[in-house]
Ligand binder design. Structure first.
Ligand code: FCB
Length: 439
């Protein structure tokens, strides 16, 4: 087996390495005064594998010290985590749960004590259930409530953040959850999707206001990108791949950078956008300080006329696949970094998630992860050589955790978690990363 071939010293001196998690996936939301989120309801209604949910997850709420030791002992410079909105405001608005804020306050101090930079994400999908019951992201008011929540969090821990992101992966929040129905709230409704595609950006704008009002912490947003290739070499497939790319890869970035939505997507989606959406675009496009990029895989795209607009179906190609059946396509990360930098110029870019699920036995080496990280790291070096202003690389994830609709079967961690005993065991990849970061 060959290991990770790149080293920290191959990267610019101020380049940062980190690892990422999110609140609902690791904390255990049954404890500490946390309110219910729409993921609990989605799991209860059969949206997840075997009905699994985040009530216990990795019990990070109690084991966070050990988890932060794992971050620092690997030699990571930064840790990307999210704050659970229902833990801070169980009803989604109004009353604050002190215990929740105390937890994050201690976590942040724990990071600083270990010399690890805290990178905060405000919304990584755990919407308070009471807000979901009022329409969630289809309701414009949720965006406003998100601004209030951001203020509360910034007020308590904002001063110590190395960076702050408003929203994690708006495409998943809006499209995957309201059109494809794979994530909470599990809708397959173009009307709901259209509203969510816009309201989530409005939430970003309100969040940005609140971050700016609380000091000078670098503020950004995290978008996910997936390479979209035509399934066949004909015009129909090419147009389909372009439309997929428009919905997935251009909608949010174009709105944030130019205050417009892609024409090809508007053709089908405009009638479903909230009334008066145009009036929000200038606010949505206000400057940010950095952009986070999550990248995992590619899809082959074709048109399928039996499906409703956008008439798209995806498939897999010939490449090696991970446990989630995602193709390993390292060139994609280089392609996106160069393509995005053409639009964003000097704006600092950060890879805020990259990784894969491998489901070997705990006593086996996670060779595929090691290869994946090796290959993607090489592509980052290529991008840097091509003058992309890339400043950091965060690996998803520190721990095996609750992988949303796929429950606990899909193991994305550098560290194995035994969900019966909560024992943490660093995988072979953890050791490889630690070695790469020490050279
Ligand atoms: C991303 C999510 C993250 C995790 C990884 C595998 O889309 O941001 O929470 O589920 O995928």
């Amino acid at each position: 087996m060959s290991g990770i071939s790149w080293s920290r010293s191959d990267f610019p001196e101020d380049f940062r390495f980190g690892t990422a998690t999110s609140s609902y996936q690791i904390e255990g939301n049954a404890k500490g005064g946390c309110g219910p989120s729409h993921w609990d309801a989605f799991a209860r209604d059969g949206g997840t594998l075997r009905g699994e949910d985040g009530s216990v997850a990795c019990d990070h709420l109690n084991r966070w010290r050990e988890d932060l030791d794992l971050v620092s002992q690997a030699g990571f410079d930064g840790y990307r985590f999210s704050v659970a909105w229902p833990r801070v405001q169980p009803a989604g608005s109004g009353q604050v749960n002190r215990e929740g804020l105390d937890f994050y306050d201690a976590l942040v101090d724990g990071l600083l004590a270990r010399n690890v930079e805290p990178h905060l994400t405000l919304y990584h999908w755990d919407l308070p259930l009471p807000l979901a019951e009022k329409g969630g992201w289809t309701n414009r008011d949720t965006a406003k409530r998100f601004g209030d929540f951001t203020e509360i969090v910034m007020d308590r821990i904002g001063d110590r953040m190395a960076s702050v992101a408003t929203i994690n992966e708006p495409w998943c929040v809006a499209w995957l959850s309201h059109f494809e129905g794979h994530h909470a709230p599990g809708l397959t409704d173009i009307g709901a999707a259209g509203k969510a595609m816009h309201n989530i950006l409005l939430a970003h704008a309100h969040g940005l206001d609140a971050i700016r009002a609380h000091g000078d912490r670098p503020a950004g947003i995290v978008l996910n990108f997936e390479a979209a290739l035509p399934a066949r070499a004909n015009d129909k497939s090419e147009t389909a791949a372009d439309l997929y790319d428009g919905i997935y890869n251009r909608w949010f970035l174009q709105a944030l950078t130019t205050g417009t939505y892609p024409e090809a997507v508007l053709e089908g989606l405009e009638s479903h956008l909230p009334q008066g959406w145009q009036d929000d675009m200038a606010k949505i496009a206000r400057p940010i300080d950095w952009l986070g990029i999550n990248y995992y895989t590619r899809s082959l795209v074709d048109r399928d006329d039996t499906l409703p607009w956008p008439h798209l179906k995806t498939s897999r190609g010939e490449l090696e696949r991970t446990a989630t059946d995602w193709e390993i396509y390292p060139e994609g990360i280089h392609q996106f970094l160069t393509r995005i930098a053409e639009q964003t110029g000097d704006l600092p870019l950060h890879v805020t998630e990259n990784g894969l699920a491998t489901n070997e036995r705990p006593d086996q080496s996670d060779d595929q992860r090691i290869r994946y990280l090796d290959q993607h790291g090489e592509q980052l070096l290529r991008a840097i050589a091509d003058d992309v202003p890339l400043h950091s690389y965060f690996i998803w994830s520190l721990l095996d955790n609750f992988e949303w609709a796929l429950g606990y079967d899909m193991r994305f961690g550098l560290t194995h978690v035994d969900f019966d005993t909560q024992a943490r065991t660093p995988k072979a990849s953890y050791g490889e990363v630690r070695d790469a970061l020490s050279r």
